[in-house]
Design a protein around this ligand. Structure first.
Ligand code: SF4
Length: 445
């Protein structure tokens, strides 16, 4: 059978689709690109996507035009939360909830079109950790390794705990073997992923134990930490990253708001002052580190003064980039019931201001790093310009000239100048691949 997949939403969703794709391949099915003629399609949805319903209908129409008889299965967070709504969409044959997402290949054995969709949606309260890993869509050298799933927090704007269930993690003892397998597949950078990664816990082990374990592993890869909630970035973790030979100097710490009153209404588990202290401690110890954050604008009741508080908070700190999100109401969340919704026009204006601040921060960070040496892993080659692109350990997107057929291994480079048009740093390769060495962040010149 020919089968294709379509994914919406976060990196974890991509990682899970990739896992599912491997499982179908092992069963002897032919995986075809989404949009090609096929016998079956699995859509992995997200609830964070605005208008998830419209998006899903659009995708299904597209499938039906190309393959009118294709079996259509819908899974993911949206399927878990709105199974009835999805099953009413014409063309859907099965709706599979989050708990069974990675068992679809076992649950469905008959791929003929259904009169009424089959529902495989159960409570996720007792769901167990299901392993997944995937290649970065843009790079053959980076892979995501899911260590944790679900979330026990109750941020008032978020539906993820409802869609993905309680926090659960991979057994610490399984991690070395998973890393070894990724290395055998040729990956040089492994991105540790999770919904609330810093909340990793298995038996008595914590996220600190995961990082210590990685630090002591015989491995040539470098490791990037996906995202850690600010209250979970302990001094112990900062110290470990600072002296690490494996973990790159890059932290993504969701901020959401710099206004203490908005943070309280969001029920976030930290104070803006504590966030500031963590960030400054980290940056003082690792001045060349990259620091990114998620921010939400237009949360219910966010006044001009509160937005300005967030703006000044970010402006005053050494962030390297922001991911800016415009707040949108989600069913069954406390925040959607809050009064004083911010008009959409204002939400958009605030979003634009923060995006422009983000761009300014990124340029400031890139500029401060010019002239220094870092390690880059080549990812993509453009035959028209003859340039390779890749990320440095401290997350600077750079480009450099090299032979089209160079090995996809870590190389040392010097950062030369900023290519403002493409938002990249022009760099030059300074030596041969540093294979067969343990990865180590270079001392900064
Ligand atoms: S920490 Fe908050 S925002 Fe993140 S997944 Fe959990 S509830 Fe959602």
């Amino acid at each position: 059978m020919k089968i294709s997949f379509h994914t919406l939403g976060c990196k974890l969703n991509y990682s899970e689709t990739s896992q599912l794709r491997d499982q179908y391949e092992k069963l002897g099915h032919e995986i075809v690109p989404f949009g090609d003629r096929t016998d079956a399609v699995i859509i992995n949805t997200c609830t964070v996507t605005e208008n998830a319903d419209t998006e899903c209908r659009k995708i299904i129409r597209k499938i039906q035009q190309k393959s009118p008889n294709a079996f259509i299965g819908v899974t993911g967070c949206y399927a878990q939360l709105k199974s009835e709504e999805i099953s009413s969409i014409p063309g859907v044959d099965a709706v599979i909830g989050t708990a069974d997402k990675l068992k679809i290949d076992q649950l469905i054995t008959d791929y003929s079109k259904r009169e009424t969709p089959e529902l495989f949606v159960q409570s996720i309260d007792n769901a167990e950790f299901a392993f997944s890993q995937s290649a970065d869509e843009d790079a053959r050298t980076r892979a995501f390794l899911k260590l944790q799933d679900g979330c026990d927090y109750s941020c008032t704007f978020c539906t993820i705990p409802m869609a993905r269930g309680k926090s659960r993690s991979m057994d610490l003892n399984d991690i070395p073997d998973r890393i070894k397998r990724l290395e055998e597949q040729g990956y040089h950078e492994i991105i540790l992923s999770g919904i609330n990664l810093g909340d990793y816990h298995h038996d008595d082990h914590t996220f600190y134990d995961v990082l210590s374990l990685i630090e002591d592993l015989e491995t040539k890869s470098r490791f990037r930490i996906g995202s850690v909630e600010p209250n979970l970035v302990s001094n112990q973790i900062i110290q470990l990253i600072t002296s690490s030979k494996k973990i790159v100097p890059h932290l993504h710490i969701p901020l959401q708001s710099g206004s203490p009153s908005v943070l309280r209404r969001m029920k976030r588990r930290y104070k803006a002052s504590a966030y500031r202290e963590t960030l400054l401690t980290y940056k003082q110890l690792l001045p060349h580190a990259c620091i990114g954050a998620d921010v939400i604008v237009g949360f219910p009741g966010e006044t001009d003064a509160e937005f300005e508080e967030t703006f000044s908070f970010i402006e005053s700190l050494p962030f390297s980039y922001l991911h800016v999100f415009t707040y949108s109401e989600r069913d069954n969340t406390p925040a959607s019931e809050y009064p004083d919704a911010v008009p959409m026009r204002i939400r958009k204006l605030r979003n634009a201001r923060l995006r422009s601040l983000s761009e300014h921060k990124r340029l400031e960070f890139y500029t401060s790093e010019i002239g220094k040496e870092y390690i880059v892993i080549p990812e993509s080659y453009d035959p028209e310009t003859g340039l390779w692109k890749g990320w440095t350990d401290n997350y600077i997107r750079c480009q450099f000239s090299a032979d089209q057929h160079i090995e996809l291994q870590p190389y040392r480079i010097t950062l030369l100048s900023i290519d403002h048009k493409n938002g990249l740093v022009n760099s030059s390769l300074i030596d041969i691949p540093i294979v067969n060495q343990l990865y180590f962040p270079l001392s900064v010149m």
